[in-house]
Design a protein around this ligand. Structure first.
Ligand SMILES: *Cc1c(COP(=O)(O)O)cnc(C)c1O
Length: 392
């Protein structure tokens, strides 16, 4: 772990409230307004399509597609976690991770521009690529591992990084890619979904945008969709905000409030889930039928060296391959504490045979396992039992 990166959160919150240096302290206090007598600690969701607005229509709260006080609290919370002690970062929340991703790509790129995407990233990126190309934007792709996106950067306007990549769990050197991109005048966005802001702070690694799906471990209960963009460049963020207004990809106040409530337990969930993920990876590594095991926190994982330099925590996702599709299906069927479901990051463990979707270049027996907050012994026992029971 990188302690200097972890312990530099010694500043003050957006409203001048003192913020502790520990991640748990920051998580429970993130984005809370100044205490007001007889008011709740975290004000409830504000359900409003419009606000009283006599006279000149000045902000902040005019119409519900532009701004909402419940978003404001949540945006402050996420901003405090993504960029502790910095007041030059703006955060915007969206209806989903894809809404956030699209808002960056489609607000920053014009016909004739070139964008570099990973070729092993989130499974909707190929659809995004096709849409960008339909708008006359050239798209190049390269793998996340080995910093291979460096090779196709010349002339690019924007570099999109996903590290660790989903579902392959490769890691690239964000600082190195940022330096190369900035030297060529390109903006850099990092998909921070898998790491969460407690696992990685892309803006401190030099990126222009940290973008994520809040649907996953950030909110962690598998009950809402959410996305966000945090960025340093005022002009670029103004364009992102304008895009949100144009497409209306906004979260409901209830979702925003639930997300904020969930962030209070982020450090508890992340530390529990990630510690168990390491134990699970260690248990799986001893099994002969498991191949291609990946977890960035395993010291012999190909991602470990760079991950341990730039990440504060290694995530709750473990991936591995079982010999055949049939074996993988039987294994998933035999699990009792792990739901066969997509997505990841929730307090209840989930796993799926990733190849069932098509799209990802993975073997038929490839499993993506998201480790939840169950007792580690129970979970490891369930996984090992299911491996035994699913044997030929
Ligand atoms: C899930 C996911 C997304 C998309 O988020 P939604 O909230 O489902 O729209 C984007 N990037 C990564 C890495 C993801 O895992």
């Amino acid at each position: 772990m990188n302690d200097s990166a972890r312990n530099n959160a010694d500043g003050t919150g957006a409203e001048g409230s003192p913020v502790g240096t520990g991640d748990g302290t920051r998580a429970v206090r993130a984005g809370l307004p100044e205490p007001v007598k007889h008011e709740p600690t975290l004000p409830g969701p504000v359900f409003a399509a419009h606000f009283h607005l006599p006279g000149e229509p000045t902000g902040p709260y005019t119409y519900g597609r532009d701004e909402n006080p419940t978003w404001t609290h949540l945006e402050r919370a996420i901003g405090e976690l993504e960029a502790p002690a910095r007041d030059d970062v703006e955060t915007l929340v969206f209806a989903s991770g894809m809404a956030a991703i699209s808002s960056v790509l489609f607000s920053q790129l014009r016909a004739g521009d070139t964008a570099v995407l990973p070729d092993d990233g989130y499974q909707v990126l190929p659809l995004v690529r096709a849409q960008l190309e339909a708008y006359g934007i050239e798209v190049r792709t390269a793998p996340t591992g080995g910093d291979s996106q460096l090779d196709v950067l010349d002339g690019a306007k924007l570099l999109w990084i996903e590290t660790p990549s989903n579902p392959g769990l490769d890691v690239c050197d964000v600082r190195r890619l940022v330096d190369a991109a900035h030297a060529r005048g390109a903006l850099v966005a990092v998909d921070n979904t898998l790491a969460t802001p407690l696992g990685q702070r892309p803006l401190e690694l030099g990126a222009d945008f940290s973008v994520a799906s809040g649907t996953k471990q950030l909110t962690g209960h598998g009950d809402i969709l959410l996305g966000y963009v945090a960025g340093r460049d005022t002009g670029a963020m103004t364009a992102v905000r304008r895009w949100r207004k144009i497409v209306g990809a906004i979260p409901g106040p209830m979702e925003a409030w639930l997300a904020h409530r969930s962030i209070a337990t982020l450090q508890l969930r992340v530390d529990r889930q990630n510690a168990t993920a390491l134990k699970v990876a260690e248990a799986l590594s001893a099994r002969p039928e498991v191949t291609g095991l990946r977890y960035p926190g395993l010291p012999d994982d190909p991602s470990y060296r760079i991950a341990s330099q730039q990440m504060l925590r290694f995530g709750c996702v473990v991936s591995f391959t079982l010999p055949t599709r049939a074996r993988a299906d039987r294994f998933l069927d035999a699990l009792r504490l792990v739901d066969d479901a997509t997505s990841f990051g929730g307090v209840r463990s989930t796993a799926e045979r990733r190849g069932r979707w098509g799209g990802d270049a993975v073997p038929e027996g490839f499993i993506r396992l998201s480790v939840g907050a169950e007792d580690p012994e129970d979970l490891v026992a369930d996984l090992l039992r299911a491996l035994e029971e699913s044997a030929d």
